[in-house]
Design a protein around this ligand. Structure first.
Ligand SMILES: Nc1ncnc2c1ncn2[C@@H]1O[C@H](COP(=O)(O)OP(=O)(O)OP(=O)(O)O)[C@@H](O)[C@H]1O
Length: 589
């Protein structure tokens, strides 16, 4: 398995941009060199100009320019400070630009990694998470991570270096105060880290609540029509309201407690600064620390608040990012489809499917397909019948390579399914579903799925699918937008559109899974009549409940509770006691 998302992995991605990272850090160091002396400059004039003890500034200004009044010295130093601040701002913009680009690259790579993984995930696994929570992972959690990466890339190194530079300056000015800072700082950092862990737990609860609400409301809205039809609006919206209430509670707890924790840490910092300041006063009174340098120290006490605060923020966002990483990794935990490299060999355009002792279950509890063996010859017309829930659709999906078998085998022209590229299976076998879900796009896109196909060919397919006249009557024709999931089409039109898609794909094997159940008997008969020529040289597996559809099959398989209980022609089975005879009798009634 590829790497999961972790701090190490993020670091590795950051290193993809070594050059930008290097220059970013160099410019950061320049920015620090510009900013760190700033608090020192004007306070120095307290000693040199106001208290009349000329030193570094006054002497240099006298040497390079000329001597002057107090105003003259103050004006020059103020000009230098203003210039440094503007320069610091400009350099800061460059730093932000460099690091934002790096961090957006990292987030993009993480999204791509997740999408690449999702592309290959097998159906059973995908269904275990659900589309709502996967979407939340891809959007909210990756954004949380993005915030963290932006702050870590742009602020962490600069904050740490600034703190070190300031510590050096403070120790140089006065070792007692300098070492006090170096000693007290780590203790407070550790304290804040402990507090930030608590925030992480609260954030996780809030995210879970948001995810629960998101899943619930998407389902409620998607099934709105059905909910209304069963007069259950109150019940479903009550559930959503409860979930909204959970968001309110968890979000409230996270927001106020995280602010409280953050303020608590900050208050401890402020108290520490007061102690530093008092120490400064004492040192002026009892040592050779000058008043000017004391002011400079006060300046540095405020100056270091911002990098310290940045480090704290990084700690907090690390807690949230950790929770996000855990959830993102759930996507990477989903098993991928077993995919190999072989293509189904083309034997005179024929495809023989052999199923041996095939078993499958969705959740390891109950076998939905139980030890089934059968062979589907090329161009054979097969019918699959059985009570609802007997496993017909599941068997069709296993044959089409959507789900992975638990045991047994399926071979296609003697090649085992595990050795095949799944795309090769789906190119050869087309499963026409009972309730096709369409893209909110044009009819053309839904038929061609983005392939370049001429209108003439599309209309030919539509004609066979009994949909040509319907489309011709639409004012936008093939460019008609079908709405989300194809809502603007009737159930029967959606089914016929799916059949047109199958005709365009021209597979060797077609599986109809009750794909014409929404059509009236007349349209269905006309459809199969027009399809006859197209299907003549293809293998056709029909899952159906109507005797008329089943009767003419070369062979009928009867499933019951996941087991293959009968097989034979209509004539043979009609003469046996069993499920098929029951099926025929019910149809006659
Ligand atoms: N995605 C799924 N996850 C878990 N269980 C499932 C899933 N799909 C189907 N099942 C279960 O597997 C069993 C077989 O379902 P399947 O859809 O294959 O039956 P079927 O014979 O096609 O039924 P029908 O005629 O009603 O379409 C049922 O008990 C069903 O509850």
């Amino acid at each position: 398995m590829e790497d999961k998302i972790s701090a190490k992995y993020i670091f590795k991605l950051l290193l993809h941009n070594k050059k930008a990272l290097f220059w970013g850090q160099i410019i950061t160091i320049i920015a620090i060199l510009i900013s760190v002396p700033i608090p020192l400059l004007l306070p120095m004039l307290v000693d040199e100009v106001l208290l009349n003890k000329p030193g570094f500034f006054v002497n240099n200004i006298n040497d390079f320019f000329s001597s002057g009044t107090a105003f003259y010295y103050i004006a020059i130093v103020t000009f230098i400070v203003v210039f440094l601040r503007i320069l610091y701002f400009a350099v800061g913009v460059i730093i932000t630009k460099i690091f934002t680009r790096i961090s957006k690259y990292v987030t993009y790579k993480i999204r791509i990694k997740l999408l690449n993984h999702l592309e290959q995930v097998n159906m059973n696994e995908y269904e275990s998470l659900g589309s709502g929570s996967i979407a939340a992972n891809l959007i909210t959690d990756v954004n949380t991570l993005d915030n963290f990466i932006v702050s870590i890339a742009s602020k962490f190194v600069s904050s740490v270096l600034t703190l070190i530079a300031v510590a050096v300056v403070i120790i140089a000015i006065d070792p007692i105060l300098g070492f006090m800072i170096l000693f007290i700082q780590p203790i407070i950092m550790i304290l804040s880290k402990k507090i930030s862990k608590k925030t992480g737990v609260l954030k996780k609860k809030e995210n879970n609540a948001i995810e629960g609400f998101q899943n619930n409301i998407s389902e409620t809205l998607e099934l709105f029509g059905q909910i209304k039809a069963s007069n259950k609006e109150k019940f479903f919206f009550e559930q959503s309201k409860q979930k909204a209430n959970t968001i309110k509670d968890t979000s409230n707890e996270f927001n106020y407690k995280s602010v409280a924790y953050e303020r608590f840490s900050f208050t401890i910092f402020l108290i520490t600064f007061e102690i530093f300041r008092a120490t400064g006063l004492v040192l002026v009174a009892y040592s050779d620390l000058t008043i000017g340098m004391m002011f400079a120290m006060f300046g540095y006490i405020w100056f270091i608040m911002s990098p310290v605060q940045d480090i704290l923020t990084i700690q907090y966002s690390w807690a949230s990012a950790n929770a996000a990483i855990e959830r993102i990794n759930k996507i990477l935990d989903l098993k991928v489809e077993k995919n190999s490299h072989l293509q189904i060999p083309n034997k005179n355009d024929e495809l023989i499917i052999k199923i041996e002792n095939l078993s499958f279950s969705y959740n390891q509890e109950k076998k939905v397909i139980d030890n089934i063996s059968l062979e589907i010859k090329a161009k054979e017309k097969v019918a699959l019948i059985g009570a609802s829930g007997s496993g017909k659709t599941t068997l069709a999906q296993l044959i089409s390579g959507f789900y992975e078998k638990d045991s047994g085998n399926i071979t296609y022209n003697s090649i085992e399914i595990d050795k095949l590229d799944k795309h090769s299976i789906r190119e050869n076998i087309f499963l026409v579903l009972q309730m096709p879900i369409l893209f909110n796009n044009t009819l053309r896109f839904n038929i061609t799925m983005g392939k370049e196909i001429s209108d003439e060919k599309i209309f030919e397919a539509l004609k066979i699918a009994q949909l040509k006249d319907v489309v011709l009557k639409m004012s936008d024709g093939l460019d008609t937008i079908v709405g989300k999931h194809g809502i603007r089409l009737s159930g029967g039109q959606r089914q016929r559109l799916s059949i047109a898609r199958m005709v365009i794909n021209n597979p060797k094997v077609v599986i109809f899974d009750e794909s014409t159940s929404a059509l009236d008997v007349h349209t269905e008969a006309k459809l199969f009549n027009d399809l006859e020529d197209f299907l003549k040289n293809k293998t056709v597996i029909t899952i159906a409940h109507r005797l008329s559809t089943v009767k003419n099959a070369n062979i009928i398989y009867v499933l019951n509770d996941g087991k293959l209980v009968q097989k034979g022609t209509h004539k043979e089975l009609e003469e046996q006691e069993g499920h098929y005879l029951e099926f025929v009798k019910k149809q006659l009634i």
